[in-house]
Design a protein around this ligand. Structure first.
Ligand SMILES: Nc1nc2c(c(=O)[nH]1)N[C@H]1C(S)=C(S)[C@@H](COP(=O)(O)OP(=O)(O)OC[C@H]3O[C@@H](n4cnc5c(N)ncnc54)[C@H](O)[C@@H]3O)O[C@H]1N2
Ligand code: MOO
Length: 437
């Protein structure tokens, strides 16, 4: 009789995997290539930003104490002694009742401690001499962006392991990182197993299907921040699979196999783990899909035995492989983010195990709604493309009803909104604010 596997809880499985986390090395990439990497070092400001006091407006820089008596009825006249644009510096010092015409971003001249906007003064030109009439007083520091107001020298701006988004790229450029230290990507091997698998360019044959998992996992690895290495697809033959797994395992940081982890006659992965001397961390998880997900470890290196069923394979990767990839990249937020949303439809299926239902998160009347997409079976591929969330329906219930609050796991948001939805969501927020206030 086939051995009955004992399922462990999903969170317990994540923790077991994370016991074998390990960080990778650091390498350098050009700043143009840095987007989408993870910082390999803390990013620390080595100078103030802005580096000098500067003007946030086009206007006139002057000394606030000279302006004390200025008013609408008795404007004060200031001699304009120079003009500077951004990038230029005024030589010399501005004295009593003098002003310098200054453009946005230019350094505040020595002696000045306030700026008045161009629109607020009257400019005069008499006998080739420029001056301004000021009709109000200014306070010291008015309209000055002081050195370090954005960032102070020594500030930690982003920690090692931070995802490099365009905002981080702006910081890197501000501090002169032509080459950026990034975490080296883990090399993740992929092996697909199954005698039914056809190559991508083969026509269908009786009893055979095309291998979709290898390419799905390949792109999941890229999305997670790893470097995929595809070793190929192999038929259900113990010796061949053993050789391939053993060989690939030595060339990568982590290895993923798909298929062959269940209890069928050709499910050789458990025997392969035994033969290569790997310890199984778990081989059954209390979840659907992906209950057969098996993870084994040898010398601190992990082997992920993901299911052959496409949806089970997908979910197993996102829950267990992704965090280990992010950890290798030194991220301290390695798991996918959870949100709370309202269930968009009834889900009457009873739930002995926790279910991770492929779903779509959208706004409906300004509320976040999580709606299951397509067929909820672990062997389907059709619902994966439309899924931008996994709806977490904890086990041990008789089903869920529309409108119940549920946790959802965000997969990736690249799809955007329709313009009308974008506008409508603001209106709804304003309506709620009026209502609440
Ligand atoms: N007696 C039992 N049978 C099964 C159990 C069980 O507990 N007892 N578990 C079921 C569950 S749940 C799942 S999930 C599957 C897992 O099976 P495997 O991970 O061993 O995968 P295979 O049997 O090799 O394949 C399953 C299914 O997926 C298709 N497949 C495989 N590889 C690919 C690929 N690269 N691309 C696309 N599709 C693939 C394969 O043709 C099968 O249809 O076991 C249940 N059975
Ligand atoms: O591992 Mo299976 O996906 O639970 O259906």
């Amino acid at each position: 009789m086939v051995e009955r596997r004992k399922p462990i809880k999903v969170n317990e499985a994540i923790e077991r995997v994370m016991n074998y986390k390990r960080g990778g090395s650091v390498r350098f990439v050009s700043i143009e290539e840095s987007y989408g990497h993870f910082l390999g070092e803390d990013l620390i400001a080595d100078h103030h930003v802005p580096p000098f006091d500067r003007s946030p407006y086009d206007g006139f820089a002057l000394r606030a104490k000279d302006t004390e008596e200025a008013s609408r009825n008795s404007p004060l006249q200031f001699e304009v002694v120079g003009e500077i644009g951004a990038g230029s510096v005024f030589d010399g010092e501005v004295r009593h009742m003098q002003a310098v015409r200054i453009m946005t971003g230019a350094q505040i001249p020595a002696g000045c401690d306030a700026v008045v906007m161009l629109e607020l003064v009257e400019e005069l030109n008499e006998d080739g001499k420029s001056s301004i009439l000021l009709k109000r007083s200014l306070t010291a520091g008015e309209n000055i962006s002081v050195a370090g107001e954005d960032t102070k020298k020594g500030d930690v701006l982003a920690q090692k392991g931070t995802y490099v988004n365009p905002g981080i790229v702006a910081l890197l450029a501000t501090f002169g990182y032509k080459q950026v230290p990034v975490s080296a990507k883990p090399k993740i091997g992929i092996i697909a197993t199954g005698s039914e698998l056809l190559d991508i360019d083969e026509p269908l044959k009786p009893g055979k299907i095309r291998n979709s998992n290898a390419f799905m996992v390949y792109s999941q690895i890229i999305r997670a921040g790893g470097e995929p290495i595809y070793f190929g697809q192999f038929s259900d033959d113990f010796d061949t699979c053993y050789e391939q797994v053993n060989d690939a395992f030595h060339q990568v940081d982590f290895l993923i196999t798909t298929g062959g982890v269940s209890v069928g006659d050709f499910d050789y992965l458990p025997a392969i783990y035994e033969k290569i001397g790997a310890t199984v961390l778990f081989n059954k998880v209390g979840m659907r899909p992906g209950s057969v997900t098996t993870v084994a470890e040898k010398n601190g290196k992990l082997l992920f035995g993901l299911s052959g069923n496409p949806s089970a394979c997908y979910v197993g990767f996102e829950l267990f492989t992704r965090p280990i990839i992010r950890n290798f990249l030194h991220s301290d937020h390695p798991v996918l983010k959870k949100e709370v949303a309202f269930l968009g439809t009834d889900f009457p299926k009873p739930n002995p195990f926790d279910r991770f239902v492929r779903g779509h998160l959208s706004y409906e009347n300004g509320r976040l709604m999580a709606t299951p997409v397509g067929l909820d079976k672990s062997n389907v591929v059709s619902s994966l493309g439309a899924a931008n969330i996994l709806i977490l329906l904890p086990g041990g219930t008789r089903g869920y009803e529309r409108g119940m609050e549920v946790s959802v796991i965000l997969l990736e948001d690249q799809e955007g909104m329709k313009v009308q939805e974008f506008i409508q969501s603001d209106r709804n927020a304003r309506r709620r604010q009026r209502h609440d206030g």
